[in-house]
Design a protein around this ligand. Structure first.
Ligand SMILES: *[C@@H]1O[C@H](CO)[C@@H](O)[C@H](O)[C@H]1NC(C)=O
Ligand SMILES: *[C@@H]1O[C@H](CO)[C@@H](O)[C@H](O)[C@H]1NC(C)=O
Ligand SMILES: *[C@@H]1O[C@H](CO)[C@@H](O)[C@H](O)[C@H]1NC(C)=O
Ligand SMILES: *[C@@H]1O[C@H](CO)[C@@H](O)[C@H](O)[C@H]1NC(C)=O
Ligand SMILES: *[C@@H]1O[C@H](CO)[C@@H](O)[C@H](O)[C@H]1NC(C)=O
Length: 379
């Protein structure tokens, strides 16, 4: 039943019951190429066996560098950036027929939007139907279902609601996203322990019953980022309903010390802002302009939502999902692997009229301050 996750799950949750079993992770230092080193123009990441360090050099403007492998270290060479077709879905903006996906928006581009199948037209997949419709079991595009209606999956419900259904039931009920309170039952919780039916976005299964958790925070408080050796060190606050605390992954960063960092929790400040932005999106009229399978896709959001809101959503999304890679990194890491984040951050600062010194391009004192604070908290 799960729709696509609201963000890429770099962050996976697992019960603290596994305490003591987590093994320390090994990360390689990653830093800019030394002035004494000479690389061929194709080499962008050179793994030095002797110092066990990755050294980086930027690629040219038409190519990109593959992310370094920590499990199986090796050199990386620049790869040509692929030209990706837009493949837009019904309801998304276009300027030519070729912008529209040939399978899902076979009607091409008309009046600036890609055209799919209209009400009562034949369909085989949800992606083919125009906004406001889903593909029924009879193979017709029909109106999406209101909150409280009987449903089999999220795509049948209006874009701002999901289907509250167990994995074995035939039918569930459409429930508004982010509406179910802490410590309240829902039908199903996935292994990833995330659902956007819950206000907190977190859930757990206790004695076979799924329940929404509270908005858990890092147990170490707001002194982010937290350096870790394994996930046991990345513990949440205790959920008052279940009485349990949970752990989040400890992930290798991209810094010259080889440090790794705990992911953020939904109750931590940036993640809480991200959830607020997703919630604002589901409450906006713009979400109705998206095809049912595209309700949380950045392409459709960017087409129809207020541009400042899009900037805020992108900023918090990139910040939360790349959190370990943004800490204590060198300028070449920023340019080679994280340039999208730093571009969006500039747009964010412009909206906010701030020049937030925290992990700002080229500055490091604030990072070191944040680092020493978290290190104290960690000790
Ligand atoms: C990695 O790149 C360096 C510098 O270009 C080169 O000297 C070295 O032979 C490469 N190592 C491997 C295993 O390809
Ligand atoms: C950019 O780098 C790619 C990959 O190394 C190479 O194939 C291409 O010729 C380079 N382009 C220019 C303009 O140097
Ligand atoms: C829809 O499918 C039905 C049954 O296969 C067919 O008879 C009908 O012509 C189709 N309608 C359109 C508009 O293609
Ligand atoms: C969701 O379904 C579960 C189990 O079927 C039920 O207990 C719960 O009350 C439902 N929640 C809502 C908000 O409809
Ligand atoms: C940012 O500055 C501009 C121009 O000085 C002003 O119009 C705008 O309201 C400010 N925005 C915020 C969020 O303070």
């Amino acid at each position: 039943m799960a729709v696509e996750q609201i963000q890429k799950l770099l962050i996976s949750l697992c019960l603290l019951a596994t305490i003591g079993l987590a093994t320390d992770i090994a990360c390689y230092p990653v830093e800019c190429k030394l002035s004494t080193q000479t690389f061929t123009s194709e080499t962008c990441a050179y793994w030095d066996k002797v110092s066990d360090t990755y050294y980086l050099q930027d690629c040219n403007s038409t190519s990109y560098c593959a992310f370094p492998e920590f499990e199986d270290p090796a050199n990386s060479t620049c790869s040509t950036t692929p030209v990706t077709a837009l493949n837009k879905y019904p309801g998304e903006k276009c300027t030519a027929d070729s912008d529209c996906d040939t399978t899902y928006a076979a009607g091409g581009c008309a009046s600036g939007v890609c055209v799919g199948v209209s009400s009562n037209g034949n369909c085989t997949q949800n992606g083919e139907c125009n906004p406001g419709l889903f593909c029924s079991s009879e193979g017709k595009c029909v109106s999406q279902l209101k909150v409280g209606s009987q449903c089999e999956n999220d795509y049948q419900c209006i874009n701002w609601a999901g289907c509250n259904i167990t994995s074995t039931a035939t039918y569930g009920t459409c429930v508004s996203y982010y509406s179910v309170s802490d410590n309240t039952r829902i039908a199903y919780c996935s292994d990833a322990m995330q659902t956007n039916l819950c206000a907190s976005t977190l859930c757990d299964t206790v004695n076979g019953e799924a329940v929404c958790l509270s908005s858990l925070k890092s147990s170490k408080g707001n002194l982010l980022p937290i350096i870790c050796q394994n996930s046991d060190e990345c513990e949440s606050t205790v959920d008052p309903g279940t009485g349990s605390s949970y752990t989040v992954d400890c992930t290798c960063g991209l810094n010259k010390h080889g440090y790794s960092f705990c992911g953020q929790w939904p109750g931590d400040p940036d993640y809480a802002n991200l959830i607020q932005m997703w919630k604002k999106w589901t409450l906006s009229a713009s979400i109705d302009k998206c095809n049912t399978v595209r309700r949380f896709k950045k392409v459709c959001v960017a087409d129809w939502w207020d541009s400042n809101d899009v900037t805020l959503l992108n900023y918090f999304n990139l910040k939360v999902n790349n959190w370990p890679y943004l800490q204590m990194n060198d300028e070449c890491v920023q340019d080679i692997f994280m340039s999208l984040y730093y571009e969006v951050k500039e747009a964010y600062n412009a909206i906010r009229n701030t020049t937030d010194p925290d992990e700002h391009h080229g500055s490091s004192s604030a990072i070191l301050l944040a680092f020493s604070l978290s290190f104290l908290a960690y000790a």
